[in-house]
Design a protein around this ligand. Structure first.
Ligand code: PBG
Ligand code: ZN
Length: 305
């Protein structure tokens, strides 16, 4: 039918033999590192060699210290995966919402109760180096801070990691579609919402400009997120830029199909495939999706690659 490059999201927690399914996202699990290693075997058997990692730390604090530490959950996971699966392409999501006690994507000004962009940039550079030293193959900043690509590119280049590409969550809208993800990643904000740093869904011009800006700053891959309600933006960005373009088929999009399947209301496999086709037709080169395993299985058995 068509070929597309998939990246599969994985959620890591500390512990042993942990595999906890989340109610709102059937088929998506929080896993301990040993189970993530086993999961990579399954993925490789299916031909999926790219994953994006989200860490859920034991301890959260105001600055997300666990994400800045070489022994934190994300660094430990990257090291363990690369040791056992050097052929796995490991992307790390770089943000603070899973690691902070307030659940926001950056450092908070306690008085104003808002995210402070520049303080967040500084710590983001530290986080990128922790990922790179652990062996990450690509870094994906998802916090929507201004200037993040320049900051990370400079930090990586100056510290002997010029070869590590950056996949920018370049056009990321504030969205209720992220609801189920926040259950899995335990990253709901404890106050307010993310509208001061994520984008307004009504503003198409700004949406395109943000991705164009990240291309200028040196991003290697751009992204639109969520995907389904924004295919017009995917096409516009594809036409306005020359980098590979990813879409994030987010948790809410996945959960809707799963719920309709469970209720017996749709032909799940067909709806899933046509959804993927829509992403591709709109201009996506890469799809980040919780459906990835099901899609490649289906495409393989039907011989429709
Ligand atoms: C946070 C982040 C979010 C997702 C990926 N990284 C959600 C948010 O902004 O709260 C959403 C992914 C999904 O819904 O599947 N930096
Ligand atoms: Zn975040």
């Amino acid at each position: 039918m068509f070929s597309i490059f998939f990246i599969y999201p994985l959620f890591i927690k500390s512990g042993k033999d942990l595999k906890v399914e989340i109610n709102s996202t059937p088929g998506v699990y929080q896993m301990s590192i040993d189970n993530i290693i086993k999961e990579c075997n399954e993925l490789k058997k299916l031909g999926i060699y790219s994953i994006i990692l989200f860490g859920i730390p034991d301890v959260k604090d105001s600055v997300g210290s666990d994400s800045l530490c070489e022994h934190g959950i994300i660094a430990s996971a990257v090291r363990a995966i690369k040791e056992t699966h050097p052929d796995m392409f490991v992307v790390t999501d770089l943000c603070f919402c899973e690691y902070t006690d307030h659940g926001h994507c950056g450092i908070i000004d306690e008085v104003k109760q808002t995210v402070v962009n520049d303080a967040t940039l500084e710590l983001s550079a530290q986080q990128a180096l922790v990922h790179a030293k652990a062996g990450a193959d690509m870094i994906a900043p998802s916090g929507m801070m201004d200037g993040i690509i320049t900051t990370l590119r400079t930090a990586l280049d100056e510290n002997n990691f010029p070869h590590i590409p950056i996949m920018s969550y370049s056009t990321k809208f504030a969205s209720a579609y992220y609801g189920p993800f926040r259950d899995v990643a335990e990253s709901s904000p404890s106050f307010g919402d993310r509208r001061s740093y994520q984008m307004n869904p009504a503003n198409a011009k700004e949406a395109v400009a943000e991705s164009v800006e990240d291309e200028k700053q040196g991003a290697d891959i751009l992204m639109v997120k969520p995907a389904l309600a924004y295919l017009d933006i995917v096409r516009e960005i594809k036409n306005a830029t020359s980098l590979p373009l990813a879409v994030y088929n987010v948790s809410g999009e996945y959960s809707m199909l799963k719920a309709a399947e469970k209720a017996g209301e749709i032909d799940y496999e067909k709806v899933m495939l046509v959804t993927m086709l829509g992403f591709k037709r709109a201009g996506a080169d890469i799809i980040i999706s919780y459906h990835a395993k099901e899609v490649v299985k289906l495409m393989a058995c039907k011989g429709i690659q």
